[in-house]
Design a protein around this ligand. Structure first.
Ligand SMILES: NC(=O)c1ccc[n+]([C@@H]2O[C@H](COP(=O)([O-])OP(=O)(O)OC[C@H]3O[C@@H](n4cnc5c(N)ncnc54)[C@H](O)[C@@H]3O)[C@@H](O)[C@H]2O)c1
Length: 439
């Protein structure tokens, strides 16, 4: 472990492997690389201090290196204690980026690392799940919270000057939900751009990126055959619908559990069996949560599951599968392999939990493929630039990504894929914008 003012990483000797992985990602992120070229020429982030709390993966490295080419000074901490790729962290510190992240951090270390990333005195925050942004707000509002003691250990006596923060960005659904709740209470202190909600993010990253990498992670961890299995997906939102489609593509019989009637109907009309969680619990072989909600799989479900059932979570936090209930029901816990724990219940069944109930695709696999993160992180880079350009002019609220940024990223991606699309004729453009014209 190397712990200094400017870094807290597992092992600096891993950097050459980290560089190889980053190079692999960057070769598949052409849109972000074009933005990097422009940032290198124009330096729109010259001297801007950014605290970022993201999964420390090879794709995140590509983003952070782009922000640095734009002139920013970046301090990076992990947005999950188990998702850090240690070799990527090692490569980034060689690139003069402050990194406070290693795989397998304790909760205490996780929050101390957030404190350290904030010690840079951010002008922009970049977040995934809102732990960093919420920490800033708890400190500023003087809201007592046990984790703040650990944050202060990393942050030092100075604290964070909220007045110096021009704005922030948020990467995921759970983070946006937390920030909107903060806004509703009138306690949001600076503007934040909800990158998650932009179509160019949520139509691709959530269903396609998480869909593929969640299946990838389950297969890497267990090697089971999906064909013929009953896969139960909890939540048919952006993420869950992607997982369901990919599991079906592998030959599984997919069952959907929902609480929203519209989403449930959508799943039913897409040909999935939709039923109550208790009914699904009895018949499922593999259970995947993707709701952003708490205790979605709990004691009553675990009690009726089949021997050998596999449990995985793709939602942001490790709260969707009740670990407490699983422990309470069990007489024995055994680590079967790196990402699989076997829980033996009192009545003699085995339930297999993957990745400790944390987001399985980032813990047991490598997170979203680079090609899809090209979109999300291009939006992030341009949103950071937008915040800096409009410093002091953005209303303090949760903003959508500006539509022109969304279009620009989608258009550039299409070009890099060699795809040309049509433009409307003048007549068509007139027709769709004039209410007088009908049949
Ligand atoms: N693993 C990843 O890499 C990754 C990527 C993107 C998003 N996420 C996370 O995945 C989660 C879901 O994101 P999303 O964009 O799909 O959100 P979403 O709002 O589009 O979908 C969530 C769905 O879950 C349903 N739901 C809520 N409570 C439920 C319950 N008790 N039982 C069954 N269904 C329930 C909702 O009705 C909704 O349809 C969030 O936590 C998000 O942050 C993870």
């Amino acid at each position: 472990m190397e712990k200094r003012m400017d870094r807290w990483i597992r092992d600096p000797a891993l950097s050459s492997e980290g560089y190889r992985r980053i190079a692999w990602a960057e070769a598949r992120m052409p849109v972000l690389m074009r933005i990097r070229e422009r940032f290198r020429r124009e330096r729109p982030l010259e001297g801007v201090r950014i605290s970022a709390c993201l999964h420390v993966t090879k794709e995140t490295a590509a983003l952070v290196r782009t922000l640095r080419e734009g002139g920013a000074e970046v301090a990076l901490c992990a947005s999950n204690p188990l998702s850090t790729q240690d070799e990527v962290a090692a490569a980034l510190v060689e690139d003069y980026i402050r990194v406070y992240a290693f795989r397998g951090m304790s909760e205490e270390e996780y929050y101390e690392a957030i404190g350290r990333a904030l010690a840079i005195g951010p002008e922009v925050t970049v977040d995934d799940g809102a732990d960093l942004t919420v920490t800033v707000h708890k400190l500023a509002h003087g809201i007592p919270s046990p984790e703040l003691n650990w944050v202060r250990r990393g942050l030092g006596a100075e604290g964070v000057e909220v007045e110096g923060i021009a704005g922030g960005t948020e990467e995921t659904t759970t983070g946006v939900i937390r920030l909107k709740a903060l806004e509703r209470e009138g306690r949001l202190l600076y503007p934040v751009i909800a990158v998650n909600d932009s179509p160019t993010k949520s139509l691709f990253d959530n269903p396609i990126g998480t869909g593929q990498s969640t299946i990838d992670a389950i297969l890497r961890a267990t090697g089971i055959l999906l064909a013929g299995k009953r896969v139960v997906v909890f939540g048919y939102g952006r993420v869950g619908s992607g997982i369901a489609a990919r599991a079906r593509g592998m030959g599984a019989e997919v069952i959907v559990v929902e609480v929203d009637p519209v989403r449930a109907l959508n799943a039913a009309m897409n040909g999935y069996r939709v039923c109550s969680s208790l009914e699904a619990a009895r018949v499922g072989d593999v259970f995947i949560t993707a709701t952003g909600n708490i205790n979605v799989i709990r004691r009553e479900h675990m009690e009726v599951m089949k021997d050998g059932a596999v449990l995985a979570n793709a939602g942001h936090y490790d709260v969707e599968i009740s670990l407490k209930d699983l422990r309470d029901l069990s007489v024995e816990v055994e680590e079967v392999s790196q990402h699989v724990k076997r829980y033996r219940t009192r009545d003699g069944r085995n339930l297999y939990l993957l990745a400790e109930g944390r987001l399985v695709n980032l813990v047991a696999a490598e997170g979203h493929p680079s090609e899809v993160m090209d979109l999300s992180f291009s939006l992030q880079a341009l949103s950071v630039e937008h915040v800096v350009k409009n410093r002091g002019r953005l209303e303090v609220k949760v903003h959508d990504v500006p539509a022109e940024i969304d279009r620009e990223v989608a258009m550039t991606k299409l070009r890099t894929m060699g795809i040309e699309i049509d433009r409307m004729t003048e007549e068509q453009a007139r027709y769709v914008s004039d209410w007088r014209l009908g049949t």
